[in-house]
Design a protein around this ligand. Structure first.
Ligand SMILES: Cc1cc2nc3c(=O)[nH]c(=O)nc-3n(C[C@H](O)[C@H](O)[C@H](O)COP(=O)(O)OP(=O)(O)OC[C@H]3O[C@@H](n4cnc5c(N)ncnc54)[C@H](O)[C@@H]3O)c2cc1C
Length: 352
């Protein structure tokens, strides 16, 4: 049997593509990516707590809706309602990353998407039909493929950093900067490229002060971005230092950072309420090397403006895997929709 559409990835891009493709009666098969440790079933949003910027999910009594909408067998995935989430005596609750993703998954299942908990480890795009090869299941032949495998934020790799993820450690200022825990507090950004400067500048809107910590004594960022950082009175450069440990406690989360000089190893402590790692992302495209055109950072290339087409006919790319610029859940969902429509039109043109 040759499938119409195989979707690789279970983040916002994958589920949105699945919702559109299954609603168009294409009976898509979606590979979730669950086996290897670097996989993230339900995508990167499953790593975060409150999502305040996905349109359609204002804070309120969302939890009751989520529980009634998601199949009871998957409620174990849903975090408990945090205590004290009330405002003016009414439930006040922002959707959690996992809940949003479970809702997307349920919506795709409702229209008949078939979900396989396996990783794709190889593909054959040289022959027709196309072929995707999972780690454990049998290879699947298909007329179209939508790659929605995302990109992983790079972290420093410290155990203390892991411990305080979602409690002061983040890798996305646009996603988390406006959260109450960071408002009017000193924060730190780690990195030296354009995105580190962008994140630091963005955070100055909320923070009392932003330390930009860089291992060298000059930024890698473009000249204009460097000027932006150096001239911003709320940004203080911390040159020639690396983070040795994230400091904090169970109650407050992050309270500071222990740094080490890259010149003479001298220790230094900074009092901050948050640390934003801004040291790049790794797109999940290793299994596609040599099979699809990529840019120098390994992101898939869209070969046509405002379309999700890749260098191979019938293969489409959606979400962060093809976008190293916006990297948001809503933009990923948007391009997931586009990829499904592109696949549907391709199939119609081929009379498949
Ligand atoms: C901590 C954190 C907080 C964030 N907060 C926000 C926020 O508040 N608002 C916002 O808009 N954005 C936020 N983001 C960004 C947002 O999560 C991403 O932009 C979005 O998830 C990208 O969606 P995607 O579908 O492209 O990829 P991802 O969500 O990265 O999903 C990729 C999927 O592909 C799967 N996969 C990878 N390789 C394979 C393979 N070989 N075979 C099968 N499956 C595979 C993975 O398991 C995963 O399911 C946050 C990100 C992080 C890390």
């Amino acid at each position: 049997m040759v499938e119409n559409v195989v979707i690789i990835g279970s983040g916002p891009a994958g589920w949105s593509a699945a919702i559109y493709a299954s609603r168009a009666n294409l009976q898509p098969v979606l590979f979730e990516g669950t086996l290897k440790p670097e996989m993230m079933p339900l995508g990167q949003l499953a790593l975060t707590t409150e999502v305040e910027n996905f349109a359609g999910f204002p804070a309120g009594n969302l939890r009751a809706f989520v529980e009634s909408a998601v199949d009871a067998s998957r409620h174990y995935n849903l975090p408990p309602v945090p205590k004290g989430h009330e405002r003016d005596g009414q439930p006040h609750y922002a959707v959690q990353g996992v809940e949003l993703m479970e809702l997307m998954k349920q919506q795709a299942l409702n229209f008949g998407t078939r979900v396989i908990g396996d990783d794709i480890v190889d593909v054959d795009f040289d022959h027709r039909p196309l072929k995707v090869i999972p780690a454990e299941e049998a290879p699947v032949e298909t007329h179209t493929v939508i790659v929605a495998t995302g990109a992983r934020a790079n972290y420093l790799g410290l155990p203390s950093e892991e411990k305080f993820k979602n409690r002061g450690v983040s890798a996305c200022a646009v996603c988390d900067g406006a959260l109450p825990r960071f408002r009017n507090k000193p924060l730190a950004v780690v990195g030296g490229g354009d995105s580190a400067v962008e994140e630091a500048t963005y955070l100055t809107a909320f923070a009392s002060k932003v330390f930009l910590i860089h291992r060298r004594d000059e930024l890698r960022a473009s000249k204009i971005m460097q000027r932006r950082a150096l001239e911003n009175p709320k940004i203080e450069m911390v040159w020639s230092h690396v983070v040795d440990e994230v400091l904090g406690n169970d109650q407050d989360g992050v309270t500071g950072l222990r740094l080490k000089s890259t010149k003479d190893d001298a220790p230094r402590e900074l009092e901050v309420a948050g640390m934003f790692a801004s040291i790049g992302h790794t797109p999940n495209t290793a299994f596609l090397r040599g099979k699809l055109e990529m840019n120098e950072k390994g992101y898939l290339k869209w070969t046509s403006p405002f379309r999700t087409l890749t260098s191979v006919e019938g293969v489409f790319a959606a979400g962060d895997v093809a976008d190293d610029y916006y990297r948001q859940a809503i933009t990923s969902a948007g391009t997931g929709c586009m990829a499904a429509l592109d696949a549907e039109r391709y199939l119609a043109a081929q009379e498949k």
